[in-house]
Write a protein of this length. Structure first.
Ligand code: XMP
Length: 322
């Protein structure tokens, strides 16, 4: 719409004035709606003087890091650096079972790697007299969702970086609601699939793997989640739900494969509808679809013996399992 086009143009002009002709801007991206829209806006405003950083924390979904890289780098032309932190994150998560501890480790490790990157970029900028200093940090968070309590925001989201970085903040989406960010994104030429993506928590599938996060359990959770989401998309019902994922249990259950008894984790499917993420209802699946998904997961994912569907509302449940 022309209203949105006009708004985008004004934002671009405002950012150019703010940043000037030399300063560089850095910002973390996750592949989610907010950080992608904010990054694309910066790209439009100042080109390659905006540097997007994607940290692979080892607990993103199946092939997600590669897909985000492809979209931001190739399709949207954003100046992107990927930091491969998977091994470091997983080594720090070893033996940890407590959910809040998982969150702290993942948030802390993210900050460590991001800070290290800012420092190395500052060093490099010194050797390039034509490159301006890194002065700004892009914070891509929005007001989140409309509803009685419009903020679930989020100390833990990508962009929640400490002020020890001594960077000035740019927050272009600060006063926008999620549905406005989505329209904004479409107007900027971001693909509908990305713009309509369900939110994904910063600690990723680590809080969907009950108990310890090991590389083996990450692979199992990823494979099951991938089947679930693919089937939801194939059935055309992805946009009917607000969030969907597969968690895996800590203990194992028995199943049979051929003549043998096998032990595997229990896959816990969760899909909810919500307006504000403060309260949520379980999605009412077509039962045949649910059974098809169950059969595929048990047959195709080694390490899973049973499939259950979580029908807990929020409250008293939460959307995530941990
Ligand atoms: P709960 O589980 O509290 O989740 O009902 C509400 C919304 O918040 C997301 N969530 C998180 N997002 N870091 C995040 O970035 C977190 O630690 C975290 N925990 C929950 C959840 O996915 C849902 O959208």
């Amino acid at each position: 719409s022309w209203v949105m086009k006009d708004f985008i143009q004004k934002e671009i002009v405002r950012i150019r004035h703010l940043v000037g002709d030399h300063d560089q801007v850095i910002g973390a991206v996750s592949g989610g709606v907010d950080s992608t829209v904010a990054a694309k806006l910066m790209k439009e405003a100042i080109g390659d003087r905006f540097h997007a950083i994607l940290v692979d924390n080892g607990v993103m979904r199946l092939n997600e890091c590669e897909q985000v890289k492809e979209t931001l780098d190739k399709h949207l032309g954003i100046n992107l650096t990927v930091i491969d932190g998977a091994e470091l994150f997983l080594s720090r998560l070893k033996g940890v079972t407590e959910p809040e501890k998982k969150r702290k480790i993942i948030g802390g490790t993210f900050i460590d790697l991001f800070q290290e990157k800012v420092r190395s970029m500052e060093e490099e900028a010194k050797d390039k007299p034509d490159a301006g200093p890194i002065v700004w940090l892009l914070q891509g968070t929005s007001v989140s969702f409309r509803g009685p309590s419009a903020t679930i925001k989020t100390h833990h989201n990508v962009g929640g970086l400490p002020d020890t970085l001594k960077l000035k903040l740019i927050e272009p989406l600060r006063e926008m609601f999620k549905d406005e960010v989505r329209k904004f994104g479409e107007e900027l030429g971001i693909h509908r699939d990305l713009v309509m993506r369900h939110p994904f928590p910063g600690p990723g599938i680590a809080i969907r793997i009950l108990g310890e996060v090991t590389p083996e359990r990450v692979a199992i959770a990823r494979a099951a989640d991938n089947i679930f989401i693919s089937e939801i998309k194939a059935a055309g019902v992805y946009d009917e739900m607000s969030q969907a994922y597969v968690a895996i249990s800590q203990d194992r259950a028995v199943g049979v494969q051929g003549d043998a008894r096998v032990y595997g984790y229990i896959a816990i499917l969760r899909a909810v509808k919500t307006l504000d993420f403060m309260s949520a209802e379980p999605y009412e699946f077509d039962f045949a679809l649910l059974k098809k998904i169950s059969t595929r997961i048990v047959n195709e994912v080694d390490g899973i013996a049973r499939v259950t569907y979580d029908i807990t509302s929020k409250p008293p449940g939460t959307i995530e399992m941990e």
